[in-house]
Design a protein around this ligand. Structure first.
Ligand code: SAH
Length: 250
């Protein structure tokens, strides 16, 4: 059987960097200002090791789309990527979400995509849908794996684990008036970030399974920039905890 090859992507090194310390036989490839790492991960349960190609893309939809495309075509060990995992932080929109809560979106929307009058607002022209949804099976597998890990005190720094709707756009949302406009357009929006739905679009079009996982860093309001910066300093110490439990749940 061909070994499993997973893409682990985030926007910033703080969200994923420590994972590198847990990979063996790391190889790298560089494309301009973008660097890819591929290594072998031995899970806690000693099951067959998985190949992981890992990178941080930089902020925003274009950088994320470029990164995921590069990873898919990088073909380390000539093993095709089976799953794309994007993990990082997000601004909470749903008032029930607090810093450190985890959101595993069951749908994502590109809230700044508007090709009206040819398509309805938010519809992605190449896919003709507005909401990108991960495959139910992998979503459930990771969701239940994280809930189990939480119940076994393996995610002590993290808060509640939620499903929900994430909005992606090329904007750091940091004030209540932008937030209100977004909620007006998308009333059931739970969190905002700048990469998820773009990764999900590329993966969907490339027929590769994907999952996005976000941890709330701020409330997308006037204090967002400060909360975000302070949060990130702490988050980088704990991001591996989450990545590890995601990998163990597979
Ligand atoms: N301008 C900020 C950082 C912006 S980038 C600063 O002052 O440093 C924020 C990164 O975190 C992006 O990768 C995005 O996906 C995520 N993110 C966290 N909170 C966000 C928010 N409130 N709005 C949009 N993206 C957010």
């Amino acid at each position: 059987m061909e070994p499993m090859h997973i893409c682990l992507l985030s926007a910033m090194p703080e969200e994923i960097g420590e994972a590198l310390l847990h990979l063996d036989n790391i190889q790298t490839k560089t494309f301009g200002d973008f660097k890819l790492y591929c290594g072998i991960y031995n899970k806690d349960n000693n099951q067959t090791p998985v190949y992981i190609t890992l990178a941080w893309s930089g902020w925003g939809k274009v950088s994320a789309a470029r990164a995921v495309t590069r990873i898919i075509s990088s073909s380390f060990y000539r093993i095709p990527i089976k799953l794309i995992l994007f993990t990082g932080v997000a601004g909470g929109v749903n008032k029930n979400l607090k810093q450190w809560d985890i959101v595993l979106p069951d749908s994502l929307i590109q809230y700044d995509l508007d090709a009206r009058p040819i398509f309805d607002k938010f519809v992605i022209p190449s896919l003709k849908i507005s909401k990108l949804k991960p495959k139910k099976k992998i979503h459930e597998l990771i969701y239940s794996g994280l809930v189990k890990a939480k119940n076994n005190n393996k995610l002590i720094n993290f808060g509640k684990i939620n499903k929900g709707l994430i909005g992606t756009g090329d904007q750091f949302i940091a004030n209540n008036s932008d937030l209100k406009k977004l909620i007006n357009d998308i009333p059931n929006l739970d969190a905002v970030e700048m990469e998820g739905a773009s990764v999900a679009q590329v993966a969907t079009q490339e027929n590769i399974e994907w999952i996005i996982i976000r941890v709330i860093s701020d409330n997308a309001n006037e204090s967002a920039a400060l909360s975000f910066t302070q949060f990130l300093k702490q988050y980088k110490k704990h991001s591996w905890q989450l990545v590890k439990e995601i990998l163990n749940s597979l």
